[in-house]
Design a protein around this ligand. Structure first.
Ligand SMILES: *Cc1c(COP(=O)(O)O)cnc(C)c1O
Length: 435
């Protein structure tokens, strides 16, 4: 009945058995319903829990019990410098020097902190270019920053939408817009991987065009960090922010991160909102009256480190460090290509090509591991039936189901099973319509 041949299952099994990263799956808890593991494709929304999280958090709870306040210096991983332990593995994930990265706060907070420093609009240069339909939190952040500086979001924020007949914004559109607005442009701030379509922008090209126009380039990497190869330092990106609870498995509401290029970290003239943890640690406890910025991205820290969520994140960063982004992205490309194949097979075998399309770019250089499937009708019904059958994608209003086969814990077999169930569901839902 189902058009995926036995050889596909054999293919999936064979790929899993030769996959050097397949050992990592067992380091995560896979959610189960009535004892049956779900097919989890939501790592772009909330990454799964590494089994070691509990141990890492327990260590801090124990040290707190044993040491009280002295744990700041005597805990096995002293809390005074706890963020230091996350710096290097995080820097590797985004292609930065360790002193360019700091783990702190939450994503939207970090976006505001970065914009305070890097969006300094002037009478003639005040515009921001961003992708149309950006994640709402980013839209609110941009608009409120613009308003705070006394400008009008309607005339200051240039939103770019896909051209007619396209499902995503071409990088060339961004470059054209930069050129068109170059005399008024202050900042380009784009989601590196768009949360809705899964499109990966050409970040180095955008950065260099922004710089040529005399503007700053900053990126929201919520859907890019831990998903695609990034070289923020080499690309000369000015700043970036990202959360840790999506591909980085830092746990719900987990602590986020920021990148500031070395071109800026030593600049004493930068405007910033300061707090004691951004002060140079050498003089932090002498409480100097005047703020002495740390000579690194740490200068943007406000408060002392939230150790418990950071402990959860450490457990996951250890796994990333062990696996390495090169190997992860290599597997990601294969796994995503396989998922694309499997989805297309399911759509063809149930004769609903007219109802369904994948809006994510087909070019593997323009996407990470997310595929967004758009429905002309019945999308919500398909989504609900998939969920009932333990296929967990996520629904994005009005008409998209996103699937993210995550290389760290998803298998080729997961993808194969997903294809089987998707075919069944599509046949059920669309059989009545016209066939
Ligand atoms: C997930 C996501 C957010 C969420 O922001 P929080 O501050 O972590 O709640 C914001 N922007 C983008 C682009 C996202 O993908």
């Amino acid at each position: 009945m189902i058009d995926l041949s036995q050889s596909s299952l054999a293919f999936a099994k064979e790929k899993d058995s030769s996959d050097a990263l397949s050992v990592f799956r067992n380091r995560f808890y896979i959610p189960e319903i009535k004892g049956k593991p779900v097919l989890y494709f939501c790592g772009n929304s909330l990454g799964l829990q590494p089994k070691k999280v509990k141990q890492y958090i327990e260590q801090e709870l124990n040290d707190w019990a044993v040491w009280g306040v002295e744990g700041h210096f005597h805990a096995r991983t002293p809390w005074f410098s706890y963020h230091e332990f996350l710096r290097e593995p995080m820097a590797k994930i985004v292609g930065a020097f360790p002193d360019e990265v700091v783990v702190m706060n939450t994503l939207t907070t970090n976006l505001h902190l970065m914009m305070i420093s890097f969006y300094r609009p002037e009478k003639k240069r005040y515009k921001i270019i961003c992708e149309g339909g950006a994640f709402p939190s980013d839209q609110y952040a941009l608009a409120s920053q613009v308003t705070m500086h006394g400008f009008d979001p309607a005339t200051s924020i240039v939103e770019l939408f896909p051209l007619p007949g396209n499902t995503y914004v071409e990088t060339s559109q961004v470059l054209d817009a930069i050129n068109r607005h170059k005399d008024e442009l202050a900042l380009v701030m784009i989601g590196g991987v768009n949360y809705y379509s899964g499109q990966l922008f050409d970040l180095p090209a955008i950065t260099s065009a922004a710089h040529q126009a005399g503007a700053m380039a900053g990126f929201d990497l919520a859907h890019a960090a831990g998903n695609v190869m990034l070289h923020l330092h080499d690309w000369e990106v000015d700043f970036a922010v990202w959360c840790s609870y999506k591909y980085l498995n830092g746990g719900p509401g987990g602590v986020a991160a920021a990148f500031v290029h070395r071109n800026h970290t030593g600049n004493p003239k930068l405007v910033r909102l300061a707090g004691w943890w951004g002060n140079d640690p050498a003089s932090r406890f002498t409480m100097p009256k005047e703020f002495v910025p740390a000579p690194s991205a740490d200068a943007w820290q406000l408060s002392n480190a939230p150790v418990l969520p950071m402990a959860a994140l450490r457990a996951s960063l250890d796994l990333f460090d062990e696996a390495g982004m090169e190997k992860l992205t290599e597997k990601s490309r294969e796994l995503t290509a396989y998922m694309e194949y499997v989805i297309r097979q399911a759509v063809e075998s149930s004769n609903c090509e007219k109802e369904i399309s994948i809006i994510t770019p087909r070019d593997e250089n323009q996407r990470g591991c997310q595929l967004s499937v758009q429905f002309r009708s019945e999308g919500r019904k398909v989504y609900d039936l998939l969920t009932d059958r333990l296929v967990f994608g996520d629904w994005r209003s009005p008409d998209v189901i996103r699937f993210a086969p995550v290389p760290l814990y998803n298998s080729f077999d997961d993808v194969y099973q997903c294809g089987q169930i998707l075919s069944e569901v599509l046949r059920e839902v669309f059989k009545k319509a016209d066939r």
